[in-house]
Design a protein around this ligand. Structure first.
Ligand SMILES: NC(=O)c1ccc[n+]([C@@H]2O[C@H](COP(=O)([O-])OP(=O)(O)OC[C@H]3O[C@@H](n4cnc5c(N)ncnc54)[C@H](O)[C@@H]3O)[C@@H](O)[C@H]2O)c1
Length: 235
């Protein structure tokens, strides 16, 4: 029970990596505030679902106003809108920046200071192998995921001031079997699998285990760090 008595907030919790992280955290004793723009399709003891669009600043601040304690925040909500930059519409660019980058800022602005006040916390943002190495057709997505490294290193410094034990890290998954991969042709996914040292794509539970490690006291001396979880992939 590595998360006993902990309250975790997970965004993008309705499915995919977010759902896996919620399930893993509950198994380890956490109470989870599960945030998504769509209602949860599952019911679990100790999980409360909130329908909130992370890009809606007012909705985020209204919903957080009633919450007193968050020990773990996982910024997981994210989207893709892929195209070569010359073919990318302004809307595709703006939408990805809004969810993947502004959405993280909208939450951390409230939750980071709350953790500092409470004296401890762990903030984990889900970046991507695409943020580490770039990828054709994903300039909007790569920009947001790379930005999470700078933000997290900065927040690791800001929120640990005055003796606060608040740690801030990123996880950069490789290609993991969730709906977000639906738009990628199978032959490209096969190619990505071959580009890993382990010769396969990842499972959501493998990212949930990384998110458990960074949330728990087992990672008590790790902050400002990026954990690559990509089977040894180089894009
Ligand atoms: N699956 C992968 O291969 C992979 C690899 C690297 C990084 N990631 C990142 O992991 C995170 C989760 O991805 P996934 O694969 O589970 O995707 P997914 O599409 O399966 O799930 C994303 C969830 O985020 C929610 N969401 C989207 N916009 C939102 C908003 N504005 N407000 C609140 N919730 C919103 C969706 O409703 C959905 O439930 C994303 O940040 C993604 O970029 C995924």
């Amino acid at each position: 029970m590595r998360l006993e008595n902990k309250v975790a907030m997970v965004t993008g919790a309705a499915k995919g990596l977010g759902e896996s992280i919620v399930r893993r955290y509950v198994e380890e004793g956490a109470k989870v505030i599960a945030v998504d723009m769509t209602p949860l399709t599952y019911e679990l003891d100790n999980v409360t679902g909130y329908v909130v669009d992370v890009t809606d600043r007012q909705a985020v601040s209204d919903f957080i106003k009633d919450i007193e304690k968050v020990d773990i925040l996982v910024n997981n909500a994210g989207i893709t809108r892929d195209a070569l930059v010359q073919k990318m519409t302004d809307d595709m660019w703006d939408k990805v920046i809004d969810v993947n980058l502004n959405g993280v800022y909208n939450l951390v602005k409230h939750v980071g200071p709350m953790m500092m006040k409470n004296g401890n916390g762990s903030i984990i943002s889900i970046a991507s192998v695409v943020g580490e190495f770039g990828n054709i057709g994903q300039s909007n997505y790569a920009a947001t995921k790379s930005a999470l490294y700078g933000l997290s290193k900065t927040w690791a410094k800001e929120f640990s001031r005055k003796g606060a034990n608040v740690r801030v890290n990123t996880i950069s998954p490789g290609y993991i079997m969730t709906d977000i991969l639906k738009t990628i042709p199978q032959e490209l996914l096969d190619k990505f699998a071959k580009m890993t040292m382990l010769g396969r794509l990842g499972e959501p539970e493998e990212i949930a285990n990384a998110a458990l490690f960074l949330a728990s006291d087992e990672s008590s001396y790790i902050t400002g760090h990026n954990l690559s979880a990509n089977g040894g992939m180089r894009l």
